[in-house]
Design a protein around this ligand. Structure first.
Ligand SMILES: [Fe+2]
Ligand SMILES: [Fe+2]
Length: 270
């Protein structure tokens, strides 16, 4: 993998059958990463899209999807929560796939299922909390889902691909920064801290999730973390560092904002 001069205009292979198909623009603080798994066995292909993104990003994401697979092979879309930067383009993908006779299942948590239909999504839902927190593909490959509640949505979860030991972490481990590299450098820790301090409500929730991920790391290994914003954290040692980082930060920064009710104090004083 060449870290320098990497071109982001095309899909980028990050493991044998996993691709980054994200949206990149130079001057943007919050870029969205989408990912694609192309699972092949014998004569079957099953494509899984992960957090495919927003309406404005869709032309770019579609171009990258078409570089690596056929639309008819898209069988599942994993939506880690209901935010528009994750889900809003799903009706557009559905239209293309259903028009050629394909069909899709939306993989999500039941809390997000309450909200996702408001985008106009029409596919059948596969609710992970009623399916044993796993999805088994035709090849036998298993995706396991780990519940990360309140980070930053009650039904938030992350996906662990057992085959490649890849963790698709959605907003967790995301970063906010004007700088962008597909693979995390030392600077990325500051971007992660900034994002979590503001977007995650409380460190107790973060520690609860990190303890789960640490168990998985120790028992099965996590080779890389693929977040929905920011950079991919590649390599077991780096993954461990970032789990420790998030165990030890303070969140909910906006609760220290106090100037919104100054008018009440002013009114009380007369
Ligand atoms: Fe989000
Ligand atoms: Fe997000």
């Amino acid at each position: 993998m060449k870290l320098r001069n990497m071109k982001y205009d095309n899909a980028i292979k990050i493991d044998k059958d996993i691709y980054w198909i994200g949206w990149y623009k130079k001057e943007a603080p919050l870029r969205s990463n989408a990912y694609l798994i192309k699972d092949e066995s014998n004569d079957t292909v099953e494509v899984i899209l992960i957090d495919p993104g927003s309406v404005p990003d869709f032309p770019v994401i579609l171009k990258k999807i078409l570089q690596v697979c056929e639309l008819k092979d898209i069988k599942y879309i994993i939506l880690h929560h209901q935010d528009p930067d994750i889900c809003a383009s799903v009706p557009k993908i559905e239209e293309l796939v259903y028009n050629i006779g394909g069909s899709i299942k939306i993989v999500t948590h039941s809390r997000a299922w309450f909200l996702i239909p408001f985008y106009g999504v029409r596919s059948e839902f596969y609710l992970i909390d009623f399916k044993g927190w796993k999805l088994e593909l035709k090849s036998g490959r298993v995706l396991r889902f780990i519940f990360t509640p309140y980070l930053h949505f009650p039904g938030a979860f992350v996906t662990y691909d057992v085959k490649t030991k890849t963790l698709f972490s959605s907003d967790l481990f995301g970063g906010i920064s004007y700088e962008f590299k597909l693979y995390a450098d030392e600077w990325y820790k500051e971007a992660v801290k900034a994002f979590h301090e503001h977007y995650m409500s409380h460190e107790d929730h973060l520690r609860f999730a990190m303890e789960k991920l640490e168990k998985i790391y120790k028992k099965y290994g996590i080779k890389r973390i693929c977040p929905q914003h920011g950079s991919i954290i590649e390599g077991e040692n780096k993954v461990y560092e970032y789990i420790q980082l998030l165990k030890n930060i303070t969140c909910g920064k906006y609760t220290s904002v106090t100037d919104d009710l100054k008018w009440i104090e002013r009114d009380i004083r007369g």
